[in-house]
Design a protein around this ligand. Structure first.
Ligand SMILES: Nc1ncnc2c1ncn2[C@@H]1O[C@H](COP(=O)(O)OP(=O)(O)OP(=O)(O)O)[C@@H](O)[C@H]1O
Ligand SMILES: [Mg+2]
Length: 373
């Protein structure tokens, strides 16, 4: 098992700051719609060849930031620098990016080939050159046999591949994707997600993808930018934002979390109702401090002698069966906890509503955030 220290140091090196040269720098960008502040002093650096996801709840400003980077909705304050060039005031046509939107936005009266080649034609490239490039792109996105179809004759996933091919046709320095997968069903979505990742790796193209799906962001991104109410809450590698959230918002938004109001007590512990949770993080706080105690469901361990920690008697109130894992709602000495257990453990322990078990909470797994009293 990891010590809690090792990943943190690794994350500091690999996660927080891109080690490679910056491809895009957003400096103190603010965007208002009337009196509403959609982006509030946002700063961010994206490294060359990096895959970054903007993750956050609906309305937090993800699309607004992407559109500012594209020049589609210019910022009111701040600067955007791409590859060393200040692009803040340039129109979209003078910037170097390809973009894919949530809705397919293909030209309905043009074939797949014509859609993909559109930008090359308008650049006035030679016909053979365009045809060769379109063929290359078609095979890159797995649509070699669909070249003469029209968008309406394609599935949603195929249409998004066309949009993707069109976006990279001119070899842009930056690929912007605004929820490109959200209109697709779960299977197609997971599949295309892997394809986008593979394609991005292969081309080495700097990519920003907007999503409000945390699983999507964690699985695809080199770094995740977690946004809330027009601000960036945290930027980090997927495992950093998951294991070491900087704020209560990130803790609750990325992954599932038990969040319990408690008070720090003597001896490196937190009292929640009648339960005292031993917590390493409590040692740094003054007794009496009100805190929000956060604990991942997978860190509530059903009776397992190998783990040291706070042991609690619990009654199973309900089980949500999810296949490889199950989520159990527990009443642990009056504290309501959600635990996630592997299917194998579920069977071994014969967990079912009404069952009485013992759970262990390791003290190094507890995160504490300040709470207003
Ligand atoms: N053209 C506009 N005029 C006025 N308000 C706008 C405009 N565009 C966006 N907003 C507001 O700015 C905020 C951020 O919008 P944005 O589209 O960036 O959110 P988002 O994070 O992309 O959300 P979603 O996940 O729903 O797409 C929202 O409150 C939205 O209503
Ligand atoms: Mg959006």
């Amino acid at each position: 098992m990891d010590t809690p220290v090792a990943p943190r140091m690794m994350d500091l090196v690999a996660g927080t700051v891109p080690a490679i040269e910056p491809s895009l720098t957003v400096e103190r960008v603010t965007k208002r719609f009337g009196s509403f502040v959609a982006l509030d002093d946002v700063s961010l650096t994206v490294g060359r060849g990096e895959f970054v996801c903007f993750l956050g709840p609906s309305g937090c400003g993800k699309t607004t930031l992407l559109r500012a980077i594209a020049g589609l909705d210019p910022q009111d304050e701040g600067r955007i620098v791409q590859a060393g060039r200040d692009i803040s005031a340039l129109p979209p046509s003078a910037r170097d990016f390809g973009i894919v939107f949530q809705s397919y936005a293909l030209f309905p009266n043009m074939t797949v080939s014509a859609n993909i080649g559109y930008g090359l034609v308008s650049l006035g490239r030679r016909r053979e050159q365009i045809e060769a490039r379109v063929r290359e792109l078609l095979s890159l996105v797995g649509l070699a046999d669909q070249a003469w179809k029209y968008p309406s004759q394609l599935s949603g996933g195929q249409q998004q591949r066309v949009a993707l091919a069109r976006a990279i046709a001119m070899d842009p320095g930056l690929l912007l994707l605004d929820e490109p997968l959200s209109a697709l069903d779960a299977l197609v979505r997971a599949h295309l997600r892997e394809e986008i990742k593979a394609l991005q790796r292969r081309l080495g193209i700097t990519t920003i993808m907007v999503t409000h799906d945390q699983e999507e962001a964690l699985s695809i991104a080199d770094r995740v930018v977690v946004m809330n109410r027009g601000r960036i809450e945290q930027v980090g590698a997927p495992d950093t934002v998951y294991r070491h959230p900087d704020t209560l918002f990130v803790a609750g938004f990325v992954g599932r979390m038990n969040a319990l109001p408690g008070v720090v007590v003597e001896g490196g512990a937190v009292a929640v109702g009648s339960v005292r949770f031993a917590a390493h993080a409590a040692a740094r706080l003054a007794p009496g401090s009100p805190v929000q105690l956060c604990l991942r469901p997978e860190d509530v361990l059903p009776e397992d002698a190998r783990h040291a920690g706070t042991r609690l008697a619990a009654t199973v109130r309900g089980i949500e069966y999810l296949g490889s894992i199950a989520r159990a709602a527990l009443d642990a000495q009056g504290v309501q906890l959600t635990a996630e257990v592997q299917d194998t453990a579920l069977r071994r322990l014969q967990l079912r509503p009404g069952a009485r078990i013992e759970v262990v909470v390791p003290p190094d797994r507890i995160l504490l955030f300040p709470r207003d009293p």
